[in-house]
Design a protein. Sequence first.
Lengths: 313, 312, 425
Amino acid sequence: MTNMAEDLKAPDLTGGVPLRGGAISPEDRRHTTHRRSTRERKKRTTNVIIYGALVVLVVALMMPFIWMVSSSLKENNQVLTVPIQWIPSEFVWSNYTDIWTRIPMMGYLQNSLYLAVIITCLQVLTGSLAAYGFSKVRFPGRDVLFLCYIGTIAVPWQAYMVPQYIMMQQLGLTNSFNALILLQAFGAFGVFLMRQYYMTIPDELCEAARIDGLSEYGIWARVILPLSKPALASLALLTFVNTWNDYMGPFIYLTSNRLWTVQLGLRSFVGQFDAEYAMIMTGSVISVIPILFIFLLGQRYFIQGIATSGMKG
Amino acid sequence: MTTETITQAPGPARTTPHSRGNRKQARRNTLIGWTFILPNFLGFLAFTLIPVLAAFALSFMEWTSFAAPKWVGLANFQRMFASDSFWVALRNTVVYALGHVPLTMALALVLAMLLNRKLKGIGFFRVAIFFPYITSLVAVAVVWNMLFSPDSGPINQFLHAVGIAEAPGWTSSSDWALPAVIITSVWRDMGYYMVLYLAGLQAIPAELYEAAEVDGASAWQRFWNVTIPSLRPTTFFVVVMLTVSSFKVFDLIVVMTNGGPGRSTTVLSQLIYQEGIGEGKFGYSSAISLVLFLIVLTVTVLQFKIQQRRER
Amino acid sequence: MKRTTLAGIALAVTAGLGLTGCAGAAGPAEPQAAEGKTRLTVSVWNYEGTPEFKALFDGYEAAHPDVDIEPVDILADDYPQKVTTMLAGGDTTDVLTMKNVIDYSRYASNGQLQEINSVVDTVGKDNLAGLDAFNLDGKYFAAPYRQDFWLLYYNKDLLKAAGVDEPKDLTWEKYSELAKKLTSTADGKKVYGTYHHIWRSVVQAIAAAQNDGDQVSGDYGFFQDQYTTALDLQKAGATLDFGTAKSQKTSYRTMFESGQAAMMPMGTWYIAGILQAKKDGKTNVNWGLAPLPQKDANGKVTTFGSPTAFAVNKNAAHSDEAKKFIEWAAGEEGAKAISKIGVVPALKNDAVTAEYFKLDGLPTDELSKKAFTPDETALEMPVSDKSAATDKILNQEHDLIMVGERSVADGIAEMGKRVKDEVLK
């Protein structure tokens, strides 16, 4: 949760955040762990190999993305030619200017962002709270309840979307953001993820804090949360991405065009008989950018763990 | 089904006054526990658990959404077990899971270990590996179908080059369409699970590695004796999520092959969608989902038991 | 730490809530019916990209100032799924657009639509093409306002280059020959003689229409010749291979508009699309229309069509208004309104046809005009409660025959067996 908030703050504050995170810290680490000088050279050759492997991997992984970008610069009827054309014969930059007027893209982006932020916050908050209950407090019925949580993950949404829809309709919540927030913010996924992570935090830390007179809520806030930054960051990231990319949920629940999300907006380029693939890809490229941004900000928390693990109390 | 040991944190046995179980303490704990769980549980109960239970109840009824549901007992199940389509879909789903789960898990772990180091530009590589997961599904389907193209696709050209004369027909062949889908899904999902493993690796205290190194453990030994055991909760999570998501696979198959050619890639969740939302047979589709749920539950409980045994 | 955590949460939530102000900026504000006006809701797909809806709604509002029509815009991709879900939840949208007859039969037999025989009678049973499809034991639950049927599009330049005037009086045999003749490779660019899209109707509905076959019968011998022709063309390389077209999601529009296919059997809905593409300067294809190739050379033209219709929701908030709207939309006024944008109306009379051919950019040669008046238009798929399930099986088996995994005979046998086992039993 803290991480999310800091991510949001970060760019406004200094813009110098990345300096703190990635590039300089290897030096710091080398200072603290001195005794490996003999390994330096060996390590360097390993690094070269690793870089080589990574570069090959990245090219392979990025292929569809490259196609996405290339298609976004074509005319609609040039996108799906056989054989595939990787470099457009003529660059149609106008797709990137037209899309903002063809559909209310800005509004769609705002709607998606709104949903993704709210749902991510709620999921991370309630998920980490519940996970604490499931992992660090013992009470009867806890494990059965937990199995219920895991159990529902196993049911495909297609199976219960109609009963769910009927309920929402009855509550008068269809065609509103609230329906989606209520559906997605309390998912079992976050609880499960956080619980598994909390299991790796030794109970002694909690015990020590109890002896120091902290309440359970205090332990959660002051001991567990700071220690679980990598997990919080990954949960926030995964929830954000899932909400952002969700199509079926918004499709079923949001009818008014002014509530539509980016994914619905993009699908509106699919007509009854044919699809405007170039525009779909233009929109997809644009829609990926916020996720990249979140990832780049969030990923420094993944590497922070080693530093924090030394934290004692 | 669940025992204390499963949910215990890996760590020394607890002998704290906390768990000694006097009744007042127990009641207090129950209260505290519920206050933690409640905010999430309320939403979960109302918008997930109840609809799920409603769907399960529907599997014993016939309901076309307009008239009131009619109790039909086990008729839906009888129809299902007699239906060829159900067995085909079940088989496809199981094959998909058997391919998807181990491959994705292994690759995600390898990637996470590769990327869990401090190198210049490592952030870029992490993003790049996460990329497939955020790329538009339509783009994924188009590009992979192109790669898999039987005549002119790069994959088959490579296979020809290394001397395989009878290269598979991939998505236009009943036998190879499912492997093609599995390869694509592994490629797409591994970045996602890599993130989870990365978080798990970060939770391993550096002291453990240092201690192992002092004891003269080789890199391989450190991997087996430090990394793998410490990652157990993460691995459990990853395996359960992967299993569940494999049994529920839907989107990728719809955009890539839409179940074809023929029925060769039709999976259970697709059948549920077609029968329920597609044809309005909600009772029948609920019955299929109940069976799917029971299968996944059995597999998950087995995994629980295995984890539990390991922990001993 | 605690304070920062809480501050962080607070910040994140306010950041989220702060967006509420702008969230919702995506479209026009929720339309509210003006004082004294009835607000009629109509379910539509892809409102922006399907101009016929706007043409109809604007026309109706102009003629009936007391009504405000509000489109309920649903994405075309999953239109039936969303409508099914909405109806299950007891939605009160007044008018439901029936995208195809298979969905119609499902909603109608589930009792989710109102009977509108009176509307159909007022418009005139004889004038509405495709009305038969909506007849369920003498009851009509929807009225068609547009009727698409299939014909043959061809590229005039490519045919001329090959020394062929026009594809006149084609039988399937002659069509095959012509397609092979038109296939060429120039400058490394392949031109296919024809393009068969991957839909099963390209083979099956044509076969059913021209052989009087019944697609829900479970006996599919009548598919035989049509499959043989289609596979032969594919083998000769005169059409894009089915596996490729399917796996690469080939767009038939691209095939035709970029000159990669010289001919193409397709529905009349594409007329509006091709007119638009030419207007936008996206293609300069010189196109013409011809009747669909026939089984026999007796001069009689048989094709198949698929009507699109409006129906009244059983739970409609304004049933009477909804019926009035349908009466107008399916009638002459509505037909003229959609003719203007190149959509083929279901209502057939001279006034409407004249209106249609006034369209700018429509080929005006005799053959194109002839193509527009087929002698017989069969239904794409018979309407019954078995249609949806049969359709699924026929689709799956169609795939297998076209990719060459099943011989035509085996495929047809398997279709029959599965339909009998899984649907008719």
